[in-house]
Design a protein around this ligand. Structure first.
Ligand SMILES: C[S@@+](CC[C@H](N)C(=O)[O-])C[C@H]1O[C@@H](n2cnc3c(N)ncnc32)[C@H](O)[C@@H]1O
Ligand code: SF4
Ligand code: SF4
Length: 459
């Protein structure tokens, strides 16, 4: 198998059942299993690629070991607790998988005392909660519940570090109470903006049909002024309408860069194939657009004006830290979601779905049980992932897989192709700078900046 990346060819050598090695150019070898990167002479590379001879010796000898700075910037073993703070919303976005916040249930706000108790229960069973994400519906409609959780989480932390707090919001008409709250508890904010006014206003309207772009950007600016740019991110839901309005992924990344957001989360919409928003019929164009954006981001980064988007920074970070990922995404493995009913779900994408309810927190006793709850999330248990060269570096979304295929064991081709294409692009790009200590350092420094690191784990 010889996948082509840009102008160069990548040779692939499969050793045993599970070890894939890539040679990118004659001087660079990538172990797809461990995500180790190696520099080799042309002779050694050709031996490795032709028959794998002397592989262990050569690679051990030439292993360069990289990117401690990036690794130090991250905490290991992220655990994320998602709290459904509000099961209602003031907007009516056309693609909303959450049924405008209700997830198919009644409209309800989580009571502050109940929210605090949920955290106490989770804390009792899982001592380390590294991140709490306030979610919905629109969580900013219920600042009292957010405050109650922040308070109790800080109290329970005693002398140790409290969890990081984060909130995902539509940014529409945020209250002064909310601004005070994020400042007081240093809550990182992700604002959902779909790009420039002409596209955002088409899709993200209020319940009464009003436009929201101006208010949302105003909120972004105010949040940046309060929290600093590194603590405010953006989620943009990519649809066919973006392309119809002549917006590429690169345009979108640049638009957010100009707004002071260097690592936006640009996510393909999960929606019925027949929807006019669906990317299904323009999958090739979508993939090309992401890959073109990746090349452009990389050259800007090496020019000293870094640009990223989360899919790219995620893959680059995994490569540079040698951090192969075992799971398709953190759902049910290191992410849990709870809300008004007190039941545990593996992630917000499965919230209120009886099929995926894990029961009350008290019955979900050990981390081990959580880790094995969703077998299909773990790549080792999936045949197509075991056979896939990108399995060490891909991150996808089991919710999107389930949405697209109707099964936890299915996939969403767009996500897989995106990982394969961005993976190849990232390897080719890394090969270009890997031989130069100076360029490599510039790249690692950009990737390690707080503004990029803080929002690399959004799913
Ligand atoms: C469900 S909303 C909840 C938080 C808040 N109401 C907001 O809009 O930011 C969280 C994110 O999911 C995104 N989203 C909603 N429906 C989606 C879909 N069908 N496919 C992909 N993302 C979607 C939204 O655009 C938003 O960025
Ligand atoms: S603001 Fe968020 S929850 Fe509300 S309709 Fe839009 S995507 Fe759905
Ligand atoms: S890209 Fe798709 S098939 Fe490959 S490892 Fe990731 S989820 Fe599995």
């Amino acid at each position: 198998m010889e996948p082509c990346i840009g102008e160069r060819w990548v040779s692939v050598q499969q050793i045993r059942d599970t070890q894939w090695f890539f040679s990118v150019d004659p001087s660079f070898v990538f172990n797809a299993e461990s995500l180790d990167l190696f520099l080799c002479g042309p002779q050694e590379t050709s031996e490795i690629v032709s028959d794998g001879s002397g592989l262990t010796d050569i690679l051990t000898e030439l292993d360069r070991g990289v990117s401690e700075p990036a690794a130090q910037c991250r905490k290991q073993g992220l655990t994320r607790l998602v709290l459904m703070i509000s099961e209602t919303c003031n907007l009516r976005c056309s693609y909303c998988y959450a049924d405008h916040g209700t997830y198919g249930g009644p409209e309800v706000l989580l009571k502050p005392s109940h929210a605090a108790q949920l955290y106490v229960d989770v804390h009792e069973h899982h001592r380390v909660v590294r991140n709490i994400q306030f979610f919905g519906g629109e969580p900013t409609l219920n600042t009292d519940a957010i405050r109650a959780v922040c308070r109790v989480a800080q109290d329970l932390a005693h002398d140790s570090e409290p969890p990081n707090f984060g909130v995902v919001t539509n940014g529409y008409r945020l209250s002064s109470d909310f601004y005070n709250l994020v400042e007081e508890y240093k809550i990182r904010v992700t604002v959902s903006i779909d790009g420039p006014e002409r596209i955002h206003n088409l899709i993200r309207k209020t319940a009464g049909g009003a436009n929201t772009h101006r208010e949302t950007v105003k909120a972004l600016k105010r949040l940046q002024a309060i929290l600093g740019e590194a603590n405010v991110g953006v989620e943009c839901t990519l649809t066919k309408k973006h392309f119809e309005h002549n917006l590429t992924v690169r345009d979108i990344v640049e638009y957010f860069h100009q707004l002071g957001v260097p690592n936006p989360h640009v996510v393909p919409v999960s929606i019925d194939d027949n929807s006019p928003l669906s990317l299904k019929c323009i999958e090739d164009q979508t993939l090309k657009s992401y890959v073109e954006a990746a090349h452009w981001c990389f050259s800007k980064t090496l020019d000293g004006t870094p640009r990223f988007f989360t899919f790219l920074s995620g893959i680059l970070t995994q490569l540079s830290e040698n951090r192969p990922s075992k799971a398709i995404c953190p759902a049910g493995v290191s992410t849990l979601c709870l809300g008004n009913g007190g039941m545990v779900y593996p992630c917000f994408m499965f919230y209120n779905d009886a099929e995926f309810c894990m029961g009350p927190i008290a019955s979900v006793e050990t981390t081990k049980q959580l880790g094995t709850f969703i077998d299909p999330v773990l790549k080792d248990s999936r045949e197509e992932c075991r056979q896939c060269w990108a399995r060490g570096l891909c991150t996808s979304c089991i919710g999107a897989f389930h949405y697209a295929s109707g099964s936890l064991w299915g996939t969403d081709d767009l996500y897989c192709h995106l990982n394969l294409e961005l993976g190849k692009a990232a390897l080719g790009l890394i090969a270009e700078v890997y031989a130069s200590e100076k360029k490599w350092q510039r790249f690692v420094d950009a990737l390690s900046s707080p503004a990029v690191v803080n929002f690399s784990d959004v799913v």
